[in-house]
Design a protein around this ligand. Sequence first.
Ligand code: NI
Length: 176
Amino acid sequence: MALLDIIVAPDPRLKRKAEAVTAVDSATKKLMADMLDTMYEAPGIGLAAPQVGVLKRVIVVDAARDEDPPRPLKMANPKILWASEEVKEYEEGCLSLPEEYDMVKRPERVRVRYLDENNAAQEIEADGLLAVVIQHEMDHLEGVLFVDHISSLKRNMILRRLTKQKKFGKRPAAAE
Ligand code: NI
C-alpha cells in the first residue's frame, strides 16, 4: 500500500489533459491500487490520476454508502457511450478543493466503456451518485474541476480561499 500526495487547487497540473493508457500493464495496475488506497484514506469517493500528478486517463471510484460493502471501480480510458437527456443536480466536493462544495448539474445516467485493472474492456451503466462521481472524475482527465461548472463569481471565491490557505500553510481537512 502506498499513499500518494493529492494536489490541491489552484495548480496548473490540475488543468492539463491526460493521455490515454496504451494498455493496463503492471505499472498502471499498481497506480490504480495506490490511487484507491489514497482515496479511501482521504477519505473520498473518487480520484483521478491527474490529482496525484500522473497525466494518464485513469480514475478510481467507490460510491457505495458507508453501511454497504465497498464497491471499488478502477477504470482506464473511460469513455461515455451514452448520457441521458435528464439532468440532475448534486452537491459536489473534490479532494483537490478541500472543504468546498457546490451544486453541479450533470446527466442523470451514463453508459461508460473502460479498461479494468486486467486490461479487459468493460461497460457499466451508472445512475445516482455513481454517475455523478464517474463524470466528475472523467472531467479531471480533461483538466476540468467541478468549479468550472459553476458561476465565475463562486469559482473565484473558492479559488481565492484555497490560495489563501496555501499561502498561510493552513492544513485543509479532507473532503469528498
Ligand atoms: Ni475531484
